[in-house]
Design a protein around this ligand. Structure first.
Ligand code: G3H
Ligand code: 13P
Ligand code: ZN
Length: 332
């Protein structure tokens, strides 16, 4: 049994209270490897932002759970060495069963998400409640994120082709019955780099896809029903056109890419949304630079010379998000 407090990690409870009060959102950044973790920590130390390090079931399969956990412990020490003891949460992203949540809790995670959103309401409640009871009874309280409403898109273990908006009339009951610490909602976002079908979008003067706006009316209705309760927004990559174009310039094919405009995310961060999940933008930034380096220096074969510049770009985009989009900079 490993205690997250001994690893130097914290849960989300106090961080969310401050974020709701301060009108900003914490970053939920996913990582699967060393370079992603380095970039996240460098960006969050530079901007003095607290951070939620997210591990998906796919990341656990890819990188190994023990390695990821000790990387998170290393991240705490790395941040200190870089000069800022930022609060760091280690969070399971989209846990799909009680067993995976339990396993993560027992192995040092300070926060878990149980995603029962694809179940009927009562089953979602029962599963989420079971995870909360286990997580909250630990010597060191582990925070739990639940989900109501379905997010579409590509994930390894929890996936759905169609999204369904969260029904505001269900949130109060769900929160009360389950005891969750935060709630992920669906207001029109979906995972991945193509968040809307072209037929759902309009086009700007340059022919680029312009997505429909997020359903802020649903968010506002939810806020009214559970005032001050921490809300989580998944699927919040903006899919920067520069990275899509760079990837395509160097041989990639990413037709139909469209994300959530930054001004809408900023608006969400100023509301009860206190955690914003971003993964795809990091994937795009790294892939764009890797393709560029490989195309421009065909004789390069040292992975550090290929992944290093990709890591530096990732740091840049995450620092930008903390400062400009989430408002989490200077809140550590
Ligand atoms: O929500 C999904 C995250 O982007 C994680 O994706 O399951 O491919 O690691 P993954
Ligand atoms: P994106 O695919 O928009 O980056 O969403 C990531 C996410 O929601 C992780 O849980
Ligand atoms: Zn997600």
């Amino acid at each position: 049994m490993i205690s997250y407090a001994e690893l130097g990690l914290v849960n989300t409870v106090e961080l969310f209270k401050k974020a709701v009060k301060g009108g900003y959102a914490l970053p939920g950044y996913n990582f699967n490897n060393l370079e992603q973790l380095q970039a996240i920590i460098q960006a969050c130390v530079q901007t003095k932002s607290p951070v939620i390090l997210q591990v998906s079931a796919g990341a656990r399969k890819y990188a190994n759970q023990h390695l990821l956990r000790y990387m998170a412990k290393g991240a705490v020490e790395y941040a200190r060495e870089l000069g800022c003891d930022i609060p760091i949460v280690l969070h399971l992203d989209h846990g799909d069963s009680f067993e995976i949540c339990k396993d993560c809790i027992e192995s040092g995670f300070s926060s878990v998400m149980i995603d029962g959103s694809h179940f009927p309401f009562d089953e979602n409640v029962a599963l989420t409640k079971k995870v909360c009871e286990f997580a909250h009874s630990r010597k060191d309280y582990v925070s739990v994120e639940g989900e109501l409403g379905v997010l579409a898109g590509v994930e390894d273990d929890v996936s759905s082709e169609h999204s369904h908006y969260t029904q505001p009339e269900e949130v109060e009951d769900f929160v009360k019955k389950t005891g969750v610490d935060s709630l992920a909602i669906s207001i029109g976002t979906s995972h991945g780099r193509a968040k809307f079908k072209p037929e759902q979008c309009t086009r700007d003067a340059n022919g680029l896809l312009v997505p429909p706006p997020l359903r802020f009316d649903i968010l506002e209705e939810i806020e009214k029903r559970i005032p001050g309760f921490p809300i989580v927004l998944h699927c919040s990559s903006s899919v920067p056109v520069e990275y899509v174009q760079m990837i395509e310039k160097y041989g990639g094919k990413l037709t139909g890419s469209v994300g959530i405009p930054e001004d809408q995310l900023r608006r969400a961060a100023k509301s009860a949304v206190c955690k914003i999940n971003i993964d795809s933008d990091g994937r795009l930034a790294m892939t764009a630079i890797i393709r560029k380096v490989l195309a421009e220096t065909p004789d390069e074969f040292d992975p550090r010379k290929i992944l290093g510049p990709a890591r530096d770009e990732l740091k840049k985009i995450y620092a930008h998000k903390n400062v400009t989009v989430l408002g989490s900079a200077q809140r550590a």
